[in-house]
Design a protein around this ligand. Structure first.
Ligand code: NZQ
Ligand code: ZN
Length: 384
């Protein structure tokens, strides 16, 4: 196992009916800005529930944070924070709203041009406003981590940022808040969480047996209960999906192990250029990534085949092929396509995606930093 620090200060408030506890979770004298997305928070009644729980506090609203939140929209929220002398942010929504709130929390206290936060991947953040979240879409893990992804629309750049100042103070996870989600978003959530686990698990062994078993448990739970959670409003399935998605990216399974994230970096470029949902880019890229990089990942692919898909017969290469095929079939069964052709994207698109990767410094990514532009090109060809 590699040396590691594990730090996660976010309080999780989990279960049905817990939104009422915002009454005590948010500081009593706070001037609160509630940040939300399009219309879902208002239509579902969650916004009203939140406002009721906040009682007599001074509460302001900022709506309109779009999926794949944009720098341009978020800077308007930063202006409002300053104008209304806000001192506590409350995100009500999915990963986009939470990521956007993290950016606002940092940008409101940042000296100078806030795009610098994104171009430095958040390393130059020294302070951030306190914020909490009410999660309405289980997928990203943003509710219990210190990262986010924001798009600078003017530049077509979707950039990740990360900083210890960006952990939510608390996150309220009420599984019944997922009941209004369209099946497409639920399926996206299952796949995003699945790929988060894979980015941290499917690298090479460092004898981190606890992390491996946790990761395999999360994958098995997604395979077993993901389809039920998508198909019905069964509380048990939704509660498990919500907690799996949080644990998939809260630092626990990634502590002390090498991490990949190359599928995510290529996926972000696909979203920036073609506006494909985040999880849908991953469903295309991950199987291709595993195929192209199978030598470097051989040991873990065989372990994944056996422990997650119960594949125990055949040669090593046959077992690896079968595990990748099972992964692809799982995503397809949830109605996420695994080829770019489903989006009418062909080989002519590859040079532009490679140019974006280059422009964003993604020249040596993956757990061994050996995913060069040449390797990314092979992966993109395998995505077609
Ligand atoms: O905008 P509204 O009207 O609220 O509708 C949203 C949105 O259209 C809707 N929705 C959310 N909760 C709902 C609901 N509709 C009905 N009922 C509810 N309860 O769902 C749509 C998608 O929401 P979004 O927040 O965009 O989805 P998701 O949670 O999948 O977030 C995706 C974003 O997170 C980033 C992605 O890149 C993408 O920008 N990620 C963040 C990560 C992190 N911070 O750690 C890691 C991930 O890898 C990911 O990159
Ligand atoms: Zn993701």
């Amino acid at each position: 196992m590699q040396n590691f620090d594990f730090y996660n200060p976010t309080r999780i408030v989990f279960g049905q009916g817990r939104i009422a506890e915002l009454a005590t979770l948010v500081p009593a004298t706070a001037r609160v800005l509630i940040l939300f997305g399009g219309e879902s928070a208002r239509k579902t009644g969650t916004l009203a529930e939140v406002r009721t729980a906040l009682g007599a506090r001074e509460v302001f609203e900022f709506g309109g944070i779009e999926p794949n939140p944009s720098y341009e929209t978020l800077m308007r929220a930063v202006e409002q924070v300053k104008r209304d002398r806000i001192d506590f942010l409350l995100a009500v929504g999915g990963g986009s709203v939470i990521d956007g709130t993290k950016f606002v929390a940092a940008a409101a206290l940042f000296e100078g041009d806030a795009t610098a936060i994104l171009f430095n991947f958040g390393r130059n953040i020294t302070q951030a406003m306190p914020f909490g979240t009410v999660l309405t879409l289980p997928a990203t893990g943003s509710e219990m981590n210190d990262g986010g992804v924001v798009t600078i629309k003017a530049q077509g750049a979707k950039l990740p940022f990360l900083n210890h100042a960006l952990f939510p103070v608390f996150s309220v996870l009420d599984p019944t808040k997922t009941y209004t989600l369209p099946q497409r978003q639920l399926a996206n959530g299952v796949v995003d969480a699945f790929v988060h686990v894979m980015e941290q698990y499917l690298t090479y062994s460092v004898d981190a047996h606890v992390q491996d078993r946790f990761a395999e448990g999360l994958l098995l739970t997604l395979i077993e209960h993901g389809p039920t959670a998508i198909a019905s409003t069964d509380y048990k399935a939704r509660a498990n999906l919500m907690w799996v998605a949080t644990l998939a990216l809260n630092g626990l399974i990634g502590a002390g192990v090498p991490q990949d994230w190359a599928s995510h970096m290529i996926g972000h470029e696909l979203t920036a250029k073609y506006d494909i949902d985040h999880a849908r880019t991953l469903a295309v890229v991950l199987p291709a990534m595993l195929q192209v990089r199978r030598e470097g990942k051989r040991g873990k692919l065989l372990q994944y085949a056996e422990r997650v898909w119960q594949i125990t017969t055949g040669s090593e290469d046959e077992r690896i092929d079968a595990a990748i095929a099972k992964t692809r079939a799982f995503f397809e069964s949830l109605e996420l396509p695994t080829h770019l052709s489903a989006y009418d994207i062909g080989a002519e698109a590859i040079p532009a995606i490679l140019a974006q990767l280059k422009a964003h410094g993604m020249l040596a990514i993956g757990e061994r930093k050996d995913v060069t532009l040449d390797v990314s090109e092979q992966v993109l060809e395998a995505c077609l």
